[in-house]
Design a binder for this molecule. Structure first.
Ligand SMILES: [Cu+2]
Length: 234
């Protein structure tokens, strides 16, 4: 074998190995889990509507803790405290929209990448007032007639509470994420964090009423890695 041929062969082997490593890192392992309530489930509460009943209705369900029949918690946010180093130069994701319908924020809890934008819509035929006083992000306090879209950009990681001055029960949450490994639980309390290399991770859960909890999870060859995360009623 000539020196040149050996060199080419060597290069081909290196390329093949690199390709394999890349595809494995890109697929990775998924943590699939359920966030569930431990302890006595509180009675579902109703909130009295005192104004604008012609649009808002007479009462609203308190949506600060929504449980499935199996006690899965909806709208909990799950993320990794120690994310793997990953591709950081991805294109910014498209704007997420949050609507106001019948005087509730829909969806109630959203995740946006730091630097990303939320388009707040108003589908109600009345005035809302978008109000928030975050710590790290710029505050906003904007009157919003029906049909007007207000775009807000969130530069810094933080959990931001959004309310409406005109309808005291209205509550929305924007979780500003500093990496891609965030998820919001669905109606069954389920979530997935995808594309993880093996390792030991700290998974953190936040829920607006229950606060936070965290757990260490080891990801090995098991794909998906299944977890149940319990939050305590309080
Ligand atoms: Cu309002």
């Amino acid at each position: 074998m000539t020196f040149l041929r050996a060199g080419l062969l060597g290069a081909a082997v290196v390329m093949l190995a690199t390709g394999l490593a890349t595809s494995r890192a890109a697929s990775g392992v998924t943590i699939k889990g359920t966030v569930v309530l431990k302890g006595t489930a509180p009675e579902p509460a109703k909130l009295a509507v005192t104004i604008d009943q012609y649009v808002c209705g007479k009462e609203k369900n308190a949506e600060d803790l929504i449980l499935s029949p199996q006690r899965g918690i909806r709208n909990a946010v799950v993320w990794l405290e120690n994310p793997p180093p990953g591709p950081t130069a991805e294109a910014p994701p498209p704007a997420t929209a949050v609507d106001q319908r019948e005087c509730m924020f829909t969806p109630r809890v959203v995740v946006v990448a730091a630097g990303g934008r939320i388009d707040f819509l108003n589908s109600d035929r009345l005035l809302h007032n978008l109000h928030s006083t975050p710590s790290a992000n710029p505050p906003f306090n904007r009157t919003q007639p029906k049909g007007r879209t207000i775009a807000i950009t969130f530069p810094h990681p933080e959990i931001v509470r959004v309310s409406c001055d005109l309808h005291s029960w209205m509550r929305g949450w924007v979780v500003v994420a500093d990496h891609p490994f965030y998820a919001v639980t669905d109606a069954d309390g389920q979530f997935a964090l995808k594309g993880l290399p093996p390792g030991r991770y700290t998974v953190r859960v936040w829920q607006e009423r229950l606060g936070t909890m965290s757990r260490e999870i080891t990801v090995g060859d098991q794909d998906p890695t299944l977890v149940t995360l319990e939050m305590t009623a309080r």
